[in-house]
Design a protein around this ligand. Sequence first.
Ligand code: ATP
Length: 235
Amino acid sequence: AGTAAGLAVADLHAWYGESHVLHGMAFTVPKGEVVTLLGRNGAGKTTTLRAIMGVIGKRKGSVRFEGQETIRMPSRLIARAGIGYCPEERGIFASLSVEENLMLPPVVRPGGLSRETIFELFPNLKERLSSGGTKMSGGEQQMLAIARILRSGASLLLLDEPTEGLAPVIVQQIGRTIARLKASGYTVILVEQNFRFAATLADRHYVVEQGRVVDSFLNAELDANMDKLHAYLGV
Ligand code: ATP
C-alpha cells in the first residue's frame, strides 16, 4: 500500500534518562488505515506514540511522515506537519470549561475541523460547552481530547487507549467515531487493550514486545493468528 504517503517508522530508539526503552521499533502505517499497537503492559506502546510526537527526551532512528523525516523536529513542528496525540490521561484541563479546552490548542494547520463539524461528530460536547472539564464523564473527556486534535488540523491521530475505563455503550460510540474518521480519510494509530474493540476498526495489527515490533498481521488474517496473539498478550 501507499506507505510513502503515510507513516514509516524505522529503527526507532527512545530513552527515559538512562533507561533505553525502544530498541528499534519498525512499522508502517499506510495513509487512511487504522493500525493497532498491541502488547503487554510496559512493552513500549505509549513510548512509541510519544517518540513519534517528539515528546520524549531522547530518540533516534527514523520517523517519516508523508515523506518527511520528523525525528529531529520539535513536537510543535511535528504537530504542524499533521500529527496529533491523545495521551492516555487525555490531558483535559480541569479548571477550564469544555469550550476553553476545545479552543486551547492553536490551529496549527489548515484543514482542521470547524466547530460545526466537531459538534456534528460529537453532539454531546455541544451540550456541555460551558461545563468544567472535570465535571465530564470519562467518555466525554475522551471525545473532547479527540475533538481537540481534529480541530488542530491533524491527519494522523495517535490514540492511546481511548476506551480505557469506559462503559460499553460509550466504547461503541467512540468506535463509531473512529470509523467515521477513517471513512473521511484520517489515519489512526491505536494503542488498545480492548482487543475486540480494536478488531472491529483496524486494518492491521503490530505486536510490540520489549520495545520492538515482533509480529504483524492484517485484521483480515486475525482468526488464523488468534492463538499466537493470545500467547503474545498472555490472555
Ligand atoms: P502501558 O500499557 O503499561 O502504558 P506500554 O506498552 O504503553 O504499556 P510504555 O508506557 O511505553 O509501555 O513503557 C515502556 C517501558 O518504559 C516500561 O518499562 C516503563 O516502565 C518505562 N517507562 C514508561 N514511562 C517512563 C518514564 N516516564 N520514566 C522511566 N521509565 C518509563
